[in-house]
Design a protein around this ligand. Structure first.
Ligand SMILES: NC(=O)c1ccc[n+]([C@@H]2O[C@H](COP(=O)([O-])OP(=O)(O)OC[C@H]3O[C@@H](n4cnc5c(N)ncnc54)[C@H](OP(=O)(O)O)[C@@H]3O)[C@@H](O)[C@H]2O)c1
Length: 212
């Protein structure tokens, strides 16, 4: 698959690298220096390159939006028309200081994003785990008990794409339902962040749902 990364920081940089290592064609875009994008592309070692947001989005089968919500308008303007595209978002609707959610209970960051790109097919995914765990999950991919990863969205095809990419990273995808369920997954992401960054044992934390 061709995947455009819009925002090549902690999440976009790592997920793009893993997608490339898993065999996808990746375009890294939107960082403060082009050098960073080129370095990511070089080090990903797969079919990866650096580009502009427009180049990342243009021919992509899916784009990953991985920026602070305050950068949405800028990156979306640079990406151009996303009509019909699968847009995975790992973004959380945080305040400028990244200390609290600014959207919740009656809407979610994912729904607010979907309003900005009404013709795109938005799926919220990868937002409930810290970036620090991603490479570890990928390396442990062949183990029997994969960690879970919740995702939600309104479009069946884009959710299938999301589930495939979630599997490629090494998680067990858990379909949480329509996009408005992001009202639950986004605060849950803050719980996982609390345990990862404030709990004992370090931030390389994922979770697994089990039925008994
Ligand atoms: N980090 C996590 O563990 C985590 C977990 C779950 C969800 N999330 C969510 O995922 C989203 C991305 O988080 P992140 O931690 O990956 O953020 P990040 O590391 O700050 O990455 C954001 C990217 O946007 C780029 N950027 C920022 N301002 C820019 C500008 N003016 N022009 C061009 N590029 C610019 C940054 O460039 P530079 O790289 O050059 O700075 C970086 O590549 C956020 O919404 C966050 O809430 C993060």
């Amino acid at each position: 698959m061709r995947i455009g990364i819009l925002g090549s920081g902690l999440m976009g940089g790592k997920l793009g690298t893993i997608f490339a290592r898993a065999g996808h064609e990746v375009v890294f875009s939107y960082a403060q220096t082009e050098e960073k994008l080129k370095k990511l592309a070089r080090e990903a070692k797969g079919k990866a390159r650096a580009g502009t947001p427009r180049e990342a989005a243009q021919d992509a089968d899916a784009v990953l939006l991985a920026v602070h919500r305050l950068r949405f308008d800028d990156v979306l303007r640079q990406a151009g028309d996303l009509s019909g595209k699968v847009v995975l978002t790992c973004s959380l609707p945080m305040n400028e200081e990244n200390t609290a959610l600014v959207v919740g209970t009656t809407s979610s960051g994912a729904e607010e994003l979907a309003k900005k790109v009404p013709k795109a097919k938005v799926v919220a995914a990868f937002n409930t785990v810290p970036s620090e765990v991603l490479f570890g999950v990928y390396e442990a991919k062949r183990k029997a008990n994969r960690p879970s990863l919740v995702y939600c969205g309104d479009d069946r095809h884009s959710k299938e794409v999301a589930a495939g990419l979630i599997r490629d990273v090494g998680f067990d995808p858990v379909d949480a339902g329509p996009l408005h369920i992001a009202r639950y997954t986004e605060p849950f992401a803050l719980l996982v962040g609390q345990l990862a960054y404030e709990g004992k044992g370090g931030p390389e934390l994922a979770y697994r749902f089990e039925r008994f």
